[in-house]
Design a protein around this ligand. Structure first.
Ligand code: GLA
Length: 692
């Protein structure tokens, strides 16, 4: 932080301007330096280049009234910034940033590289993405570039550098978003050549690759790296996994190309990020985030119904990318335009979602978008302001959120969620399962969420982390489907267990090595000895199988593994009922003490109720207590803590009122009430601090 440097986004810009309303004294008192910007930011994606400059002030005034203190601009605006090659026009952007500052609104600048201008793709068609079948993309839409193209990267570097030279020291610019939602790889000749070079540097020689990929199978043996196809489907699983690794590192270097353009010119206080997409598995997000300052994601409801567990898991996943607080760079003002039925969140749910983001560790929530362009592909998307330029109904709800962010911001500054339970998200394993699901209903993300749900409900806090992350902070670590289990990861897990950690493995764990080859030991491979048991055989299920034991009874769907014990002190927690004969009466869940900790193996996809009984028992054995016991169903409890302070956020996701007893009298920062219980209306929120 450069504390001496004035952050003039408020002070300088205010002087000559008469605004039509008075910002709250709280805001005026803040933010004379970057580090003083509001701790919780409410924002909107704003595209000034789509509107006459004469309109901007009206928009920014409406934002300011709604307590919006952040806009993201610039992404997709390449043709406005560089109308022809080497001819730049940043005057409009200078004006937009300065005017935003006058309205006490800081700026995240998006580099525009997800939408190259027509002059660029016309002059340099080799920068266009190529699909797996060799068909080049054409201009129009967006994301039509090849992520591996050296020429595209040079052009991207240039525009990012021009922006950074101009705005790197602008005290109203708080950060940078690179590109937008990295997604599609390219299979053009340049990308393929890079894939071959990447494989060569990984394997050293072709014999090693042939060996790890078992290319003797179907006569795939390669003589040179150049012979290897680039595919993302229907290929040797080893190739598919390495392609995903290559894609992950290529996106990382795609970022690096722009980071090296921005960083030398940018003040240290400006962060660099990109916006990702929750469970999206096009790349390994841990690799892609390794050179970014913070994680940021676009939080859209993936189906017609807001499943707060799935959404909460995606927040926790994103927090785990950098293991610290993150931003919601985009979220929906009630509805989107790209789903089967673009139904709206109910009144109150937009606020509910905003507070859920904060509860899970977001420090900013930004709505996409402020106002729809009059034409273009997204005319039906939810907005804050209609085509007539006046607020739509959800504007008031968002304004309320902004008001509340100001009220609770100070208490929530420098706080973060903390948990003693971790769920392992492993891209290699998710990919390996997806390449060969064996049962098409075995969706690794659905499985993650199935485990997350009871853990989150019972422990009221879960970190979602990589298999390589430090495990010491956790009393319980759950790996729902650690299909790919290299020796190094197994050792990491064993070290945790040896020192008292409790490890739970879900079905399909420990089947593969890091090349997606079968482990030569039965599942869970390198953990068999410590588990004191193993998988004798796996079975894809068409019909449910009953499962029962001391912890309760229920059913298994999709997948069931016949387990065996190989040590006298391995306990069988659940057994299968009558099924295909192979499974009948056999162990379905086993547990074993190892070191001063334990390993439990769950060999089947259990129904939600039975899984909840198992997780309750595991949490109890691991001495994990809920933050607030006995909360009603559908009420989410989030705790953010920092040095000597903690704030409790309660969200009633139900359609009906809920009553919650508190451990002692607490102060609701949103309405000033002080009480030992709260009654939350449908979608109601309380943000509570202990009375001192
Ligand atoms: C994505 C993009 C935005 C917009 C929204 C619409 O998140 O980043 O540009 O298209 O979807 O929901």
């Amino acid at each position: 932080m450069q504390s001496g440097k004035a952050f003039r986004w408020l002070a300088a810009a205010m002087l000559p301007v008469v605004v039509a309303f008075t910002p709250s004294p709280r805001v005026l008192a803040q933010a004379t330096a970057y580090s003083d910007k509001p701790p919780l930011l409410l924002g909107a994606a704003w595209y000034p280049e789509q509107w006459p400059e004469s309109r901007w002030d009206a928009d920014l005034s409406l934002m300011e009234v709604a307590h919006i203190h952040l806009v993201r601009i610039g992404e997709f605006a390449w043709s406005a910034m560089e109308p022809s090659e080497g001819k730049y026009d940043f005057v409009w952007m200078d004006h937009a940033i300065a005017l935003a500052a006058r309205h006490h609104i800081c700026v995240v600048l998006g580099t525009p590289t997800a939408a190259p201008p027509a002059w660029l793709t016309t002059k340099y068609p080799d920068t266009l993405r190529m699909d797996e079948n060799g068909v080049r993309d054409e201009h129009g839409n967006r994301q039509q570039f090849s992520f591996a193209s050296g020429r595209y990267r040079r052009l991207a570097h240039e525009i990012a550098e021009k922006m950074a030279e101009r705005y790197g020291q602008n005290s109203n610019v708080v950060g940078w978003q690179l590109d937008n939602e990295y997604a599609e790889p390219s299979f053009d000749p340049e990308a393929k050549a890079q894939f071959h070079a990447w494989l060569k540097s990984k394997y050293g020689n072709i014999e090693s690759l042939n060996n790890h990929w078992t290319t003797a199978y179907w006569s795939q043996t390669y003589d040179t790296f150049d012979e290897i196809p680039a595919r993302q489907d229907k290929e040797n699983p080893a190739l598919l996994l390495d392609w995903k690794h290559f894609v992950s590192y290529t996106w990382k270097s795609y970022s690096e190309n722009q980071i090296t353009a921005i960083r030398p010119h940018a003040d240290k206080r400006q962060f660099i990020t990109t916006n990702t997409m929750g469970w999206f598995d096009g790349f390994d997000a841990y690799i892609v985030h390794s050179n970014l300052d913070i994680a940021a994601w676009d939080d859209y409801i993936g189906n017609e119904h807001y499943d707060y567990f799935d959404n909460g898991a995606r927040h926790d996943l994103t927090r785990g990318f950098r293991n610290k607080n993150f931003w919601v760079m985009e979220t929906q003002p009630a509805f989107v335009n790209w789903h089967r039925i673009n139904s709206s969140l109910a009144r109150g749910q937009v606020r509910d979602m905003a507070w859920q983001a904060i509860g899970h560790g977001a420090d900013a929530v930004e709505y996409w978008q402020w106002r729809s362009a009059l034409n273009g592909q997204e005319q039906y998307h939810g907005v804050l302001v209609g085509a007539d330029g006046t607020p739509v109904p959800v504007y008031d709800e968002i304004k309320q959120v902004g008001d509340e962010f100001e009220k609770a911001g100070k208490a929530l500054a420098e706080t973060t969620p903390q948990s003693s339970v971790a769920l392992i998200n492993d891209y290699d394993s998710r990919w390996a399962i997806d390449f060969q699901r064996h049962n098409r209903d075995f969706d690794p993300v659905a499985e993650m969420v199935a485990f997350y749900k009871p853990l989150r409900n019972q422990a009221q806090g879960v970190d979602v982390i990589s298999a390589h992350a430090p495990l010491d902070p956790y009393k319980l670590v759950v790996a729902p489907g650690l299909n790919v289990l290299p020796r190094e990861v197994a050792d990491h897990l064993l070290e945790y267990v040896k020192h008292g950690g409790n490890l739970v493995l879900g079905p399909r764990s420990g089947m593969k090595d890091e090349y997606d080859g079968l482990n030569v030991e039965r599942q869970p491979g390198p953990l068999v000895d410590s588990l004191g048991g193993r998988v004798e055989q796996f079975y894809a299920l068409e019909d449910k199988v009953s499962v029962s034991g001391d912890l309760g009874s229920g059913t298994a769907s999709f997948w069931a593994e016949q387990l065996s014990t190989r040590s006298q002190d391995t306990q069988v927690l659940l057994r299968y009922g009558v099924s295909n004969g192979w499974l009948d009466g056999q162990p379905a869940v086993i547990t074993h003490k190892a070191g001063t900790g334990s390993i439990t193996y769950i060999g089947a996809w259990l129904d939600d109720d039975l899984l909840a009984k198992i997780t309750a028992s595991l949490l109890q054995e691991s001495h994990v207590q809920p933050i607030l016991p006995n909360t009603p169903d559908g009420v989410e409890v989030c705790l953010r803590s920092g040095a000597n302070k903690s704030v409790l956020i309660l969200i009633n996701h139900n359609k009906a009122q809920a009553h919650i007893d508190l451990p002692h009298t607490m102060n609701d920062l949103l309405n000033g009430a002080s009480s030992a219980s709260v009654d939350l209306p449908a979608y109601g929120v309380a943000v509570l601090k202990a009375n001192k």
